[in-house]
Design a protein around this ligand. Sequence first.
Ligand code: TGC
Ligand code: FAD
Length: 419
Amino acid sequence: MRASPALACVVPPRYLAAERQRERRLMPRFQPIDFYEFDALLSEEERLVRDTVREWVDDNLLPVIEHATIERRFPKELIPQMAELGIYGANLPEEYGCAGLNSVAYGLIMQELERGDSGIRSFASVQGALCMYPIFAFGSEEQKRSWLPRMARGEVIGCFGLTEPDYGSNPAGMRTTARQDGNGWVLNGAKMWITNGSMADIAIVWAKTGDVDDVASIRGFIVPTKARGFSARDQKGKLSLLASDTSELALQDVRVGPESLLPNSGGLKGPLSCLTQARYGIAWGAIGAALACFDEALRYSKERVQFEHPIGATQLQQLRLVEMLTAITQAQLLTLQLGRLKDRGTARPQQVSLAKRANVSMACDIAREARRLLGANGILVEYQAMRHMANLESVYTYEGTHDIHTLILGQELTGFSAF
Ligand code: TGC
Ligand code: FAD
């Protein structure tokens, strides 16, 4: 995290207004449970980063997320605050204006953001793992110096265009093309379900520069969204990730200069490596959503009285809570080990698939069970469980569906591709 006053847990003055707002609404504060002394496995810096973002989420994200959800709008006012905390591309090097954190600290940031809302974690994931990372990994030195510091400061927002209307799980089939035109390129095609699509300043667009079947010809392009022929349209009718911008992109004879091409990208491996970064963040993020639901359910079980005793005094609700605690504890330990492997440089994409698949599924189950424990109140937006439950259906689907990760792991075990 950027060495800023925020790192030292000094809450910038304008955040105090949100704190007062929280108190007015008597929003209960998150009460972390550390059943397996997980904190002892973290460094001081990792804990500090997590606690800083945790406090920011409690004071600034949670007070606005309910209304943002009802109004179906991404809370743009949070963008500069997250930049100030050093959240965007937090695991990329300081020489490009980023925080230079290790993978575990980065993961803990994703956990805390998604404890607030999957849509906010999505925004940060797309900005960091899907837009800044490809510029860092496949860009020229000039591109890195030009884009990364501005993106870290939240002055330039990115989106990532891989999925197409007819190619979701199978991006190798993409139809978007980039044809060389003098020094530059002309792009044509459509991208679907693109997070941040309507608010982005640039789009990382993946396109084929050769024949329609030539997967090796896939290259990445930094496309300014104000380029002539580029348009974005909001995806209407969502019942999930309501506080997130999801759009369809159309590229019609979009001309870009040579500086647009990510020179070191080539083949499907390029976008898939970006997905590995984002899936890693999602594995942590899902724990955050689960923690929020567990925290709310536990508190509710102690407060809600039926048959003259708290529902938490009944065996059925205790079973629910114990299953939640067990699943969260297992996920934390698994994901921490993944983070340590990533920092050692030995984590493999299949290990990331296992964590994304297991943790998102775990979080979906916990959100659903928490919602049920809350009875009728569980369907209200002023409680968190149902918002998380609906959000997690998208998380289950994007960045490789649960099924696709099953097949990735099945192939890893048997050597047979079953796609
Ligand atoms: P395949 O032949 O298996 O692989 C092609 C090349 O890529 C390499 N590779 C990877 N590299 C890094 N990370 C990974 N996860 C990788 N997976 C594969 C592979 O080694 C090979 O390299 P090389 O050198 O031999 O060329 O490719 P395939 O066409 O058979 O596809 C495999 C499959 C189905 C697993 C892949 O297409 C896939 O993962 N599909 C799911 C698509 C997906 O996840 N889309 C996500 C779109 S972005 C999004 O959802 C953002 S949501 C917003 C948010 O994050 O919050
Ligand atoms: P399909 O691929 O059509 O799959 C439909 C069903 O078939 C699924 O159940 C799937 O698991 C199953 N299936 C597919 N293939 C097989 C198989 N071989 N064997 C068995 N079952 C199979 N994409 C981006 O590029 N950028 C973004 O920013 C982005 N953001 C998103 C935000 C949201 C809210 C959502 C919902 C999606 C987003 N996506 C984004 C797209 C996302 O990655 C795709 O939705 C996902 O990869 C699945 O593709 P699909 O929806 O076309 O489903």
